[in-house]
Design a protein around this ligand. Structure first.
Ligand code: 5GP
Length: 199
């Protein structure tokens, strides 16, 4: 998605070997105009897929997931990283290793929010080694629901996540794909939605 690539070029900061900081429009401050365009793109691709629910993981997946849910007229549910006292229903639960925090944490979704009749689109802000996506897949599997695809805002294609998900036969739609970082600059691979930019 060209608009997203342009935002990354203009405002993204490369940190070290493999981290992109996009806190001015995605992971801390959030740009609603961009979120709407991201949501439109996911909706264009998935609106005929029979999706019943959007699922993400807190915190930075929530903004793109919620806009996508609104665009498709569906509910959005996010996996919580800590169980609180109000979460007293039966839960779907698994461990996820966090790429940015370098620790494992338990993530949970109340069972009542995903059922075996659901067809789910997973949305997340980043794809690195695929651990967050894998965790969400496990939760959805516990509910015996179906996964229609995974929509990623920014994929770092030089890390292991993409291949991991493709090997599982999952449809993956990354709106920006980063081939590599070179001298602090971001070099892009062809995004999964590139054909939609031509229109
Ligand atoms: P994975 O589980 O695929 O290894 O990493 C994905 C998760 O880690 C995302 O949900 C995102 O929160 C975080 N993440 C991974 N890489 C980056 C990055 O380069 N920048 C930022 N801001 N977050 C990242």
């Amino acid at each position: 998605m060209k608009l997203l690539e342009n935002q990354i070029k203009a405002h993204g900061q490369v940190l070290g070997e493999n981290i992109l900081k996009v806190d001015s429009f995605l992971t801390h401050q959030v740009d609603p105009t961009l979120m709407r365009e991201i949501a439109k793109r996911f909706a264009e691709i998935y609106d005929k897929a029979g999706i019943t629910k959007i699922v993400t993981i807190e915190a930075s997946g929530i903004a793109p997931a919620l806009y996508t849910a609104e665009m498709l007229g569906l509910p959005m549910v996010f996996a919580k990283k800590s169980k609180n006292v109000t979460m007293n229903d039966a839960v779907l639960s698994t461990e996820v290793f966090s790429f940015t925090k370098q620790v494992s944490s338990r993530v949970s979704i109340s069972r009542k929010f995903i059922s075996k009749n659901d067809k789910i689109l997973i949305i997340d802000d980043f794809l690195a080694n695929g651990q967050a996506a894998l965790g969400l897949l496990q939760l959805i599997e516990q509910a015996q629901a179906e996964v229609a695809g995974i929509g990623i805002v920014i994929e770092k294609s030089f890390q292991a996540g993409r291949q991991l998900l493709l090997d599982k036969g999952i449809k993956l739609t990354s709106l920006a794909r980063i081939e590599k970082f070179e001298k602090g600059q971001v070099l892009f691979a062809v995004a999964d939605d590139a054909e939609f930019d031509e229109k």
